[in-house]
Design a protein around this ligand. Structure first.
Ligand code: F6P
Length: 336
């Protein structure tokens, strides 16, 4: 017979992402709606190691759906990577009587969750974990979409549009570096949306002559006097790209590294709505007695997948979108 879920924990871990608060809210409110106690674990997995937690109710998550960041704080825990750190975390889980944990974050967060659940099983304790993907990088293999990506894209687009104004006035070239860690999704979407002259992503080997020099030269021949180059941080440093542009084309680009500004801000409709659905689904999954799952989106539907299998999944880069980008900024279309 399925064990009735009486008490669950919720935490956010890894880099924050806009919409994490909306996911926390959905977890807490779904739990409250089903008479399940909810404990907020603070500062990621460190909160379990250090017994840093708060009791949550419907009121604790009022007025957070519109807020960026995470009310539970977040961290990357070195100690939790070690069995000794997880043993301390498990002691807290037992003390609190947690039947399950909803972990909101990225791949690293989910690997930690799985290791904890396995270590619990080895010590004869049942602890079910469910992951919710939240990262501005959109780089989780098992989910088409991760919470925070849309807001980060919109923030970056707003910044690049502003840069465009000034580079147009001064007839300059702008090289903008966006985040994404090893993935180019943010750069790809932003590049399409701002109509960039050139976009560099880690998923495609960079040919400087073809991808940058030729595009800027064609644009110049067509009469353009300002150029926008978007670089994914995983594809290289904007500083290096700018200095090569200077050396090879003889123009003097300005560099902007957007940095952590992309991680903040009020979540967009897409992030609030997706986070709310994922938070709900995570609690329902636990109530149905299914643990060690990752909630994700597949073709717009919210699904839950076996955590171990999900962690092996590799995302197919959206080359169809790259083709759109290439077509719209080809050397036959050199204008911004
Ligand atoms: O994973 C989210 C992310 O913002 C990446 O895009 C970036 O590479 C990294 O985190 C930055 O990490 P930190 O906040 O530790 O500087």
């Amino acid at each position: 017979m399925e064990k009735q879920v009486k008490r669950i924990g919720v935490l956010t871990s890894g880099g924050d992402a806009p919409g994490m608060n909306a996911a926390v809210r959905a977890v807490v409110r779904t739990a409250v709606n089903h008479g399940i106690d909810c404990i907020g674990i603070r500062r990621g997995w460190n909160g379990l190691i250090n017994s840093d937690f708060i009791h949550m109710n419907a009121a604790s998550v009022s007025h957070i759906i519109n807020k960026g960041g995470t009310m539970l704080y977040t961290a990357r825990s070195e100690e939790f990577r070690e069995p000794s750190g997880r043993a301390k975390a498990l002691a807290t889980c037992k003390l609190l009587g947690l039947d399950g944990i909803v972990a909101i974050g990225g791949d690293g967060t989910f690997r930690g969750a799985l290791a904890l659940s396995r270590q619990a099983a080895e010590s004869g304790h049942s602890l079910q974990v469910v992951g919710i993907p939240a990262t501005i990088d959109n780089d989780i293999g098992c989910s088409h979409y991760t919470i925070g990506f849309d807001t980060a894209c919109n923030t970056a687009i707003e910044c690049v549009d502003k840069l465009r104004d000034t580079m147009q006035s001064h007839e300059r070239c702008s090289v903008v570096e966006v985040m994404g860690r090893h993935a180019g999704y943010l750069a790809l979407y932003v590049g399409i949306a701002v109509g960039a002259t050139a976009v560099l992503i880690p998923e495609r080997e960079v040919d400087f002559e073809r991808d940058i020099v030729e595009k800027i030269r064609r644009a110049r021949l067509a009469g353009t006097t300002h150029y926008m180059v978007v670089v994914a941080e995983g594809a290289g440093s904007a500083m290096d790209i700018a200095s090569r542009i200077h050396d090879e084309i003889g123009i003097d680009p300005r560099v902007t590294v957007l940095g952590h500004i992309q991680r903040g801000g009020s979540p967009t409709a897409r992030d609030r709505e997706t986070a709310s659905r994922m938070g709900y689904k995570a609690v329902v999954t636990l109530m149905e007695g299914r643990g060690n799952r990752i909630v994700g989106t597949q073709n717009g539907r919210i699904v839950d997948l076996d955590m171990e299998e999900a962690l092996q999944m590799v995302k197919n880069f959206q080359m169809d979108r790259y083709e759109v980008l290439e077509s719209l900024s080809s050397t036959k279309n050199p204008l911004l």
